[in-house]
Ligand binder design. Structure first.
Ligand code: ARG
Length: 226
């Protein structure tokens, strides 16, 4: 497929959804963030050049499966379900789904979401969790910030999204907050096609090198400072 071709051309194609600060987002014409920079370092370790393909979040795993991309790096949570369709590298971050509400909201935790309208980014673990909750009306958005916008406009009651983008979106908008009670911890990893064990091993080796020589942490510290 394309993936193999891309590899032969010494191009590592990464599928992502660049609507997820601080992991991947647009800055002018560029896609920046932790994943974008770490992926570039991984490509360098592999003697390859990184090419980023920006797409809808719910397309990134299919892109890897079809060989349209070599890797998917998108603040991707490892789940049992996703492991049926792709392989995951070693994990590189811990995260959790948090709830964003208006400052005066009566919602104090996941149990209070029943009877409420909750916004999520389509296909995310937040979407999966909220869709599982009894009595919740789920509003799905293409981009996380669109859900946050709907919340500030009073169209929905809460947003469920990963903690780091939540912090960014809350800092950029008046009158909303992250509530203390959150869902269980998750781990992020890079997804690679099931039949591409060779690349999986190479990426794991590169990732470990970057963790050990401090380059990985340097990128994280550049984007997360708290
Ligand atoms: N961690 C969540 C998941 O894997 C959300 C990831 C969203 N990422 C993005 N680049 N928009 O489902």
């Amino acid at each position: 497929g394309f993936g193999a071709m891309a590899e032969e051309d010494n191009v590592l194609v990464m599928a992502t959804n660049a609507e997820f600060p601080p992991y991947e987002y647009h800055e002018g014409d560029e896609i920046v963030g932790i994943d974008a920079e770490v992926a570039a370092l991984i490509a360098e370790e592999l003697g390859m050049t990184l090419e980023i393909e920006d797409m809808a979040f719910d397309s990134v795993l299919a892109a890897v499966q079809s060989g349209k991309a070599d890797i998917a790096m998108a603040g991707l949570t490892v789940t049992e379900d996703r492991m049926q369709s792709v392989n995951f590298t070693d994990t590189y971050a811990t995260a959790k789904q948090v709830i964003i509400v208006k400052e005066d909201s009566d919602i104090a935790g996941p149990d209070d979401l029943s009877g409420k309208i909750v916004g999520v980014q389509t296909g995310t673990t937040g979407d999966i969790y909220v869709s599982d909750e009894e009595g919740v009306t789920v509003e799905r958005y293409n981009k996380g910030f669109e859900a946050v916008q709907a919340l500030t406009q009073g169209k929905i009651d809460a947003v469920v999204i990963d903690n780091e983008p939540a912090k960014v979106f809350v800092s950029e908008n008046e009158g909303i907050k992250i509530i203390d009670e959150a869902y269980a911890d998750e781990e992020y990893a890079i997804a690679i096609a099931k039949d591409n064990d060779e690349l999986l091993e190479k990426v794991n080796t590169a990732l470990n090198t970057l963790k050990e020589n401090g380059a990985f942490q340097e990128v994280v510290d550049k984007y997360i400072n708290d």
